[in-house]
Structure formats: structure tokens, C-alpha cells
Design a protein around this ligand. Structure first.
Ligand code: ZN
Length: 151
């Protein structure tokens, strides 16, 4: 039992030591902090889509938004809105994308839960994603049914 606990603590330390966002949260790495409270931090993305592109992260390490506890998610969405409005005003953006990538296949690069607040401008040339069409109404209905069954 004791050995188990020791291993878990060590494993947690390894995650904190290797995660770049944990290092930003602990201020071991510098960042341009936009917002901070007890559980949440927001800072500028160092590779912005447009200037003012901000990341909102949980201070605690969670691999992605899908494993982040609901209590924190409820607080997060309020902070995300606050930050989004500030980014929009400060950059005089025409619109704001709120984005979250979960998993490598979805474009997640840093495996610490984070939300993108991206200022957008008419004709800024950034394209979020392409789209496909369903092969048939049957295919569409089948996937909708499978998703509903998982709720
Ligand atoms: Zn982390």
C-alpha cells in the first residue's frame, strides 16, 4: 500500500517536471500572464494565430478537457468568457474562436488541459477546418443514434 502511494507521488512529480504548462503555472517558465486565480491561469500563446491569442489552463495538471473535473469546468467557462471579452476589446477583433483540442489526433500538442481564445479578423486568412458530407441520411442517423446511446 505504502509503495503504491510512493509510486503515485513520484509519477505525479514526473508529470509536473516534464509538463511545460505546469512549469508556466509554477512560474518556473516565464509567460505573459493575462489572468490568474486559485485554480485557473491564462497567458499568451507564444505561437499565436493572431496577436492576443491566449491560452486558459487549469493550474492542476489534467491531460485534457475531457478528464478535467466538472467543478473546475464550470469555473473555467466563466473565466474563458471573461478573457475572451477582454481579448476582443483589446485587439478590436471582429470575432473570437474558443477552441480545445483533445488528443493527438485532434491537434493537441501539450497534454495539459487548455482552451484557446483566438482573436479573429475578417479576411485574416485563418481556416479552422474543412468539412465532409455524410454518404447518406442513414449514415447520419446511425452515428447520431450511437452518440445518443453513449450519453
Ligand atoms: Zn501540466
Amino acid at each position: 500500500m505504502r509503495l503504491d502511494l510512493k509510486f503515485k507521488i513520484c509519477n505525479l512529480k514526473l508529470i509536473f517536471m516534464s509538463c511545460v504548462f505546469c512549469k508556466i503555472v509554477s512560474k518556473e517558465l516565464p509567460s505573459e500572464i493575462i489572468y490568474e486565480d486559485g485554480k485557473i491561469m491564462a497567458f499568451l500563446d507564444i505561437s499565436p494565430v493572431n496577436p492576443g491569442h491566449t491560452l486558459v489552463v487549469t493550474k492542476e495538471h489534467y491531460e485534457n478537457s475531457l478528464v478535467t473535473p466538472e467543478e473546475i469546468l464550470k469555473e473555467l467557462i466563466v473565466v474563458i468568457k471573461k478573457v475572451a471579452l477582454a481579448v476582443k476589446e483589446a485587439t478590436r477583433a471582429d470575432g473570437i474562436n474558443l477552441g480545445v483540442n483533445n488528443g493527438k489526433a485532434a491537434g493537441q500538442i501539450i497534454f495539459h488541459a487548455h482552451w484557446h481564445v483566438i482573436p479573429r479578423f475578417l479576411n485574416d486568412g485563418y481556416k479552422m477546418w474543412g468539412s465532409k458530407e455524410y454518404a447518406s441520411k442513414k449514415e447520419q442517423a446511425e452515428i447520431a443514434k450511437k452518440i445518443r446511446q453513449q450519453l
